[in-house]
Write a protein that binds this ligand. Structure first.
Ligand code: FAD
Length: 450
């Protein structure tokens, strides 16, 4: 069905475990966005990389991908762009001029608006904080159609509710971001392997200060003494003097490959996963140093455009949580063992130590370890597993990431995000009729009955 604004169609979270139908409106101009906004309810949507239902609504979604003009890149590295430009487009514009993103998530195919709304973090969180902490100004279209110019010093309450606010304060139409200088488009990366969880955690304690970028890829399938064994990466931007003469200083990738169709659910079986993990683990010899082009280091998953199709029609979901600093190997072991006990396949595991959190009211990062695991959906038993993991997380004083979540209950959300009341207070004042609502916000009680 088509209205004067958009067309009803099926949309999904990135994990494709949750799908719905909504009227998708793709305005090219802010005036058009405001018109359609005043006649419907729904939520902003960028490139749909949130795994669960943060960018799903049953009424409308305002997809910003046509609000994608680059507006300015100053000699001081201050970039201003419309909210629908992707981080990949920003890098392609800025890198040849010696600038790069201060913070990037594990895919370049997220929009500027989506990166602010989820207050995304990267491999350098322990050094530089979240994406939102580098944003100097946002133009936000609120429920009454007004445009607010907000920043850390202009309407800071609204700014810090919008940064990490999952689209619930309004639609970000434009933003300014402070880029950082990059001498080259390469990373110098040290790889190490560990034999078990304790060793993996020790590596972080010893190396976080040594590298701007750190991350551990953990073999989610190994058990017993090798549980938590990992390939660890510590990286820094390569200096120009380290490049051989004639090397392209700012290389650019060729196109990604695509996954042609959805595989039958279960194709990515436990045995395939075991083999994949063993090969990846075996591939990285200890303490090997490599020079990697930026996209290989930051975005290894972007090598295939739509790899979610590998998980089949039932899709997958991600568990990502951050735990307070006192949580260590014993507690992580219990979480991983809970998954093994369920005999639930689990392929991709990423572990990282985060630095202090941002002032964003609903921002996810906080000091401590963060663990992310992709789990193929296998019906009710997967849902049960997520509920158990979430309950364990709350008991540890941790929280799950709203941009990845599909199962959080209102009760657990409130335990995990203690600033929820301040957020709801501000939202009620700004958007008394809940024009902005997503399936996530309804599920956790950030819109609707409160
Ligand atoms: C492979 C992969 C790796 C990832 N790695 C990381 C990582 O390392 N770190 C991390 O933090 N995240 C990571 N993510 C999550 C991703 O960065 C976030 O979900 C991000 O918000 C997606 O941006 P998007 O443009 O696709 O937004 P969508 O997924 O479309 O929307 C996400 C949220 O942002 C809101 N939103 C989008 N645009 C706007 C706007 N213009 N105004 C207001 N609200 C808006 C939506 O309402 C929704 O609540 C990863 C995701 C994938 C698929």
């Amino acid at each position: 069905m088509t209205s004067q604004f958009g067309r009803r169609m099926e949309i999904a979270g990135w994990g494709h475990a949750l799908r719905t139908e909504a009227e998708v409106v793709r305005p090219e101009l802010v005036t058009r966005l405001r018109e359609s906004l005043l006649s419907g309810n729904g939520i902003a949507r960028g490139l749909g990389r949130a795994y669960g239902d943060a960018a799903l609504a049953t009424d409308r979604v305002w997809q910003t991908t046509r609000l994608n003009r680059m507006l300015r890149l100053g000699a001081d590295g201050l970039l201003t762009a419309e909210a629908g430009v992707s981080l990949g487009e920003i890098i392609r514009l800025a890198l040849p001029q010696g600038w790069t993103l201060p913070v990037t998530p594990g895919t370049q195919w997220v929009t500027l608006g989506g990166a602010i709304a989820a207050d995304v973090h990267g491999k350098n969180h322990h050094e530089v904080g979240t994406f939102g902490q580098h944003v100097t100004e946002i133009i936000l279209c609120t429920a009454d159609g007004d445009l607010h110019r907000i920043g850390p010093d202009q309407e800071p309450d609204l700014f810090w509710a919008t940064v990490g606010g999952m689209g619930l304060t309004g639609v970000i139409v434009e933003a300014s971001l402070r880029l950082v200088a990059a001498e080259t488009g390469y990373l110098t990366v040290d790889y190490e392997r560990t034999q078990g969880l304790e060793e993996t955690l020790e590596w972080f304690s010893g190396n976080d200060a040594a590298y701007p970028f750190t991350v551990a890829w953990i073999d989610g399938l190994s058990t017993g003494r090798s549980l938590g064994r990992a390939v660890l990466m510590g990286g820094r931007i390569t200096e120009r003097r380290e490049l051989q003469q004639g090397t392209e200083v700012y290389p650019m990738p060729r196109g990604a490959i695509g996954v042609p169709f959805e595989f039958p659910s279960g194709t990515l079986s436990r045995s395939v996963g075991l083999a994949f993990n063993a090969v990846y683990y075996g591939m990285h010899r200890p303490e090997r140093q490599k020079r990697e082009a930026w996209w290989k280091f930051f975005y290894p998953l972007d090598v295939a455009d739509d790899w979610y199709k590998l998980y089949g029609r039932r899709g997958f979901a991600q568990y990502q949580a951050v735990y307070p600093p006192e949580v260590g190997a014993r507690e992580l072991r219990a979480l991983l063992e809970r998954i093994h006990k369920a005999r639930h396949p689990n392929f991709l595991g990423v572990l990282k130590r985060m630095g202090e959190g941002s002032p964003g009211l609903l921002s996810f990062p906080r000091a401590g370890l963060t663990l992310a695991l992709d789990l193929p959906m296998q019906g009710e038993r997967s849902v049960e597993l997520f509920r158990d993991l979430y309950a364990m997380t709350a008991d540890l004083g941790g929280r799950v990431y709203l941009a990845k979540d599909a199962f959080l209950t209102q009760e657990l959300f409130r335990r995990m995000y203690p600033q929820w009341q301040a957020f709801v207070h501000l939202k009620t004042r700004l958007d008394p009729h809940d024009r902005f609502r997503s399936q996530l916000s309804e599920r956790v009680g950030l819109s609707g009955v409160r």
